[in-house]
Design a protein around this ligand. Structure first.
Ligand SMILES: [Fe+2]
Ligand SMILES: [Fe+2]
Length: 153
């Protein structure tokens, strides 16, 4: 049993669980404010993170470790849309940094499959980051006109 790798996988799982909780809070808050279209993006990304948390748990179990279920950080409530995006961008950027580091460490530990898993996660997190940055940038350049397009179902 490689505890170093299992530990990295659990750290990642903890981040994923924290991200799910944060994105679902944003989903409910946005939906409540009638920003249905933006809310849906948050829900879809939360579902992707649930898949990640599951994949990490499967890998941990395969390595005979114990998947932990403690979310990282404390989810923030009641943010304005631009602050929500700041929070979400930070979650994705931090995950990308951590997973890149983790992929290198898995390679050093000669665990190619765990390294591959981290690389798959990085590609998804980069997409999520791109989605959040695009929304932030469009709000920055188009302002209210773009915000209107995020309302409704
Ligand atoms: Fe993720
Ligand atoms: Fe993500």
């Amino acid at each position: 049993m490689n505890m170093r790798v299992i530990d990295l996988l659990n750290q990642a799982r903890s981040r994923e669980l924290g991200a799910i909780s944060q994105y679902m809070i944003h989903y409910y808050e946005l939906k409540d404010k009638d920003y249905g279209k933006l809310a849906r993006k948050l829900r879809d990304i939360a579902i992707a993170e649930m898949k990640h948390a599951g994949e990490l748990a499967s890998r941990i179990l395969f390595l005979n470790g114990e998947p932990l279920s403690r979310p990282a950080g404390e989810a923030v409530k009641g943010q304005e849309i631009t602050d929500m995006l700041k929070t979400d961008i930070a979650i994705e950027s931090d995950a990308i940094d951590l997973y890149n580091e983790a992929a290198s460490l898995c390679a050093a530990e000669k665990d190619q499959a765990s390294k591959d898993l981290f690389e798959d996660l990085i590609r998804d997190e980069e997409e999520h980051l791109d989605t959040f940055e695009n929304v932030r940038n469009l709000i920055g350049t188009l302002g209210a006109a773009y915000l209107v397009s995020l309302t409704g179902k």
